[in-house]
Design a protein around this ligand. Structure first.
Ligand code: AMP
Ligand code: ZN
Length: 458
């Protein structure tokens, strides 16, 4: 089966045919660096990484571009709130530039911990001001802009198919429903350039043909995607919340400038939720990867957890699910480790079974199940190992590099493990759970692996 991807623009599963043979251009909207990324944001970057790895699994050379939004993302989608980074600077007293740099580093570190491949190109909005000004100038020359007291706006009423990506029905929209009207003539219009306002209030501002100010959030992605991938490239992706406003606006801008919809495919990942509520940075109530690490969770256990849900289904985060993922990963690692050192040939039939799943709109949950089936099969170990190495290039779990850590398990925990082995053999599950709880209270979790129980410090 060739790679099929669900394209939000056409609301259909389409075969992926690269624009240039053998290559794929991929743009993923990056983080707004006014705070740490939360594990919900990271779910989206894991989805993008899975997409990139699936493209590479299919032999394509991927040019992966990710932006860093370090200016212009306002606290309200109405284009009238405060700039998120400047607002944090006012609260904390640090410079806006230092805040952006520090949270960019923290984000890169999160990606490393999750085994997410670094993009081919990182691009910062503040490094592309000239490109954004040129873009807006072009839109102005074509008659797509108007000026208000606080900025230059894009006139969406010039486009009959504005909002097609989101299946937007303009007639039903009222101020306050989608975004506030603010200075705009139409509820869907959006800021391309905002004026600085009170002199000396902003740290990030630039001269432009329209006055001192800063770019809007949407223009940065159209301008940077075009610079690094061209005005029509293969795939643009992000979280599902981008469909209605950010991506609709990116398309509108590029449509106006070049007559293209920017990308051939538009892919969107569903949200991570906690207790069925959306996890969001602006609410301030969120979990970081670092918080999981502090609880003794391996970051790749979070990757394993995300692999278990399809990227278009929302995922409810619970401690139990994370614990199950930790022990699933531990079992997978030790099983692969137990295959020995000999490296044979990858088995083509198993590779096909795996490819069939990831090529079906990145069905990683089923691809992971194929990996487990392979390990349970009677294929010789050396072939299993070589085949798993190929699978893992797509799964990104670092399975072949993993080495067991020799831990000095304290005597009481060893005794509970011995009792637990007996309880399990007698199918006394409640007793086995009780002993595991005792071990946890003493700082060790117990994983049940094909080689028996293994204690892991929490
Ligand atoms: P931001 O840094 O807020 O611009 O968001 C970075 C990325 O994370 C975007 O692609 C968002 O769509 C995505 N995102 C935000 N919240 C969540 C969530 N709870 N689950 C999954 N992705 C999210
Ligand atoms: Zn974007």
């Amino acid at each position: 089966m060739t790679l099929h991807l669900y394209d939000t623009y056409s609301r259909s599963l389409r075969p992926f045919e690269p624009i240039a043979p053998g290559q794929a251009g991929l743009y993923a909207c990056g983080p707004t660096v006014y705070d740490y990324a939360h594990i919900g944001n990271l779910r989206t970057y894991l989805f993008v990484d899975g997409l990139r790895r699936a493209l590479e699994f299919n032999g394509l050379q991927v040019r992966h571009v990710m932006n860093i939004t370090d200016v212009g993302h306002l606290t309200s989608d109405a284009d009238c709130g405060d700039d998120k980074i400047e607002a944090r600077s006012r609260r904390s007293g640090e410079s806006a530039w230092d805040i952006a740099a520090a949270f960019t580093r923290a984000f890169e570190d999160d990606l490393r911990q999750l085994n997410i491949l670094p993009p081919s190109v990182w691009c910062r909005a503040t490094d592309h001001i000239a490109e954004q000004i040129a873009f807006i100038g072009d839109l102005e020359a074509k008659g797509y802009t108007y000026r208000t007291d606080d900025g230059i706006y894009f006139d969406t009423t010039r486009q009959d198919d504005y909002g097609k990506l989101a299946r937007l029905k303009r007639d039903g929209l009222q101020a306050g429903k989608r975004v506030e009207l603010g200075e705009k003539r139409d509820i869907c219009d959006f800021a391309l350039w905002k004026f600085s306002g009170v002199p000396g209030q902003r740290q990030m501002e630039w001269d432009s043909p329209w006055g001192l100010g800063f770019p809007g959030w949407h223009i940065e992605c159209s301008a940077m995607a075009e610079k690094h991938l061209g005005a029509y490239f293969d795939i643009h992706c992000g979280g599902e919340d981008h469909v209605a406003v950010h991506h609709s606006n990116e398309i509108a801008q590029t449509q106006a400038r070049h007559g293209t919809r920017l990308a051939n495919f538009w892919l969107h990942g569903a949200f991570l939720k906690t207790q069925d509520a959306k996890m969001s940075k602006s609410s301030g109530d969120f979990l970081r990867l670092q918080s999981l690490l502090e609880q003794g969770v391996d970051p790749l256990a979070y990757r394993y957890l995300c692999l278990g849900a399809h990227y278009r289904s929302s995922l409810n985060f619970t401690d139990d699910a994370l614990r199950a993922a930790s022990s699933g990963l531990a079992r997978l690692r030790s099983t692969v480790h137990g295959l020995g050192d000999e490296h044979g040939e990858a088995d083509p039939a198993w590779l096909d079974r795996f490819a069939e799943q990831i090529n079906d709109d990145l069905n990683f949950p089923r691809a992971l199940a194929v990996a487990w089936d392979l390990l349970k099969s009677d294929l010789p170990d050396a072939m299993k190992k070589a085949t798993m190495a190929r699978f893992d290039a797509a799964l990104g779990l670092g399975l072949l590099a993993w080495q067991p850590v020799q831990v000095e398990v304290p005597q009481p925990v060893q005794a509970w493990m011995a009792q637990r082995a007996i309880a399990r053999a007698q199918r006394q599950w409640a007793e086995a759970d009780r002993l595991r709880t005792l071990a946890r209270a003493a700082g060790y979790d117990i994983d049940d692996t094909p080689q028996g129980q293994q204690a892991r410090p929490l």
